[in-house]
Design a protein around this ligand. Sequence first.
Ligand code: PLP
Length: 368
Amino acid sequence: MNALKDVKETLLMGPGPSCVPPAVYAALGLPTIGHLDPRFIAVMNEIKSMLQQVMQTKNEVTLPMSGTGSAGMETCFVNMIEPGDRVLVLINGVFGQRMQDVATRLGAQVDTLEFEWGTPVQVGAVRAKLANNRYRIVAVVHAETSTGVRSPVAEIGALVRSAGALYMVDGVTSLGGIPVTLDAWGVDIFYSGTQKCLSCPPGLAPVSFSPRAVEKLRNRKTKVPNWYLDVSMIINYWQGAKRAYHHTAPINMLYGLHAALDTILQEGLEPVFARHRAAHEQLVAGLEAMGMQMLVAPEYRLPMLNAVKIPAGVDEAAVRSRLLTEHGIEIGAGLGPLAGKIWRFGLMGHTARPENVERVLRSLESVL
Ligand SMILES: *Cc1c(COP(=O)(O)O)cnc(C)c1O
């Protein structure tokens, strides 16, 4: 009995995980060493500095949490929220809904503004809400993976800053695929994940806290209610001359993240973004040539997550299943109100290459 023997290379074109480049696989297989070994501390320091470059931030508290993107979301809320804090969550898909759920469980007083799935958060609605209410935190998803929509995080950030709230942004899908500039946008609290555009297997959640966010953390009246994700303790492992054990770091996953970040920075952020845009344009042109329609208006489309309407009379699940079993390609289904209505084609990180787009278009044509 060994299910591992059936695992084989798959072209990952869904909403994540994405394809992993050889340099990352090689790093994952390096010898495991101790989590307080000075050679490992050196690896950690380079990861922090590369994360700051990819996120375009000077934030000292920038580090990968142990866990997937959702652990990053939980980390941000659990460290920032004290019971009764007023939080505004902007929702236009699954991950905004998840933020609302997480914040509510922590005893925050949560307000929401909801927007139709497939459309972005509207800046005017946020402005009106902030004019009449005071919040400690305003939270938004930059790249909504459930619909393929990019929201205007820079414009929202300017409003949040002048309203005196802390600004939280979900960059799980955007980081490494489109520009993410935390300091320029005034983002205070940020989280991401490794398996989308960073092209590292799932398992880590890079986060970043601005000095204002760290001040809120330091001034808490109550302990962070989750021991494992308590950033006030974890920074003593990630910062300073002498490091203190909190929990054993996932050593080999961190090697993988190091290699993934290094791969991106070697290519250069601008060329990486341009490669995502080019793959997206090639895919959209191919799908439209086959008579299909995109869900999202061109100006709000994400290059790394392409939602396309399923043509009438097509058994959408059968198409996805045949793509996987006969062509070795995974694509994503619709979620929530979009289930059965769209397919989601991911072009994330290492997946976003012309030969891969060519292959999925040819395979889809043959299956249809
Ligand atoms: C994937 C994703 C998450 C959750 O990440 P997991 O790694 O699945 O825990 C959160 N937000 C967005 C926008 C995502 O795309």
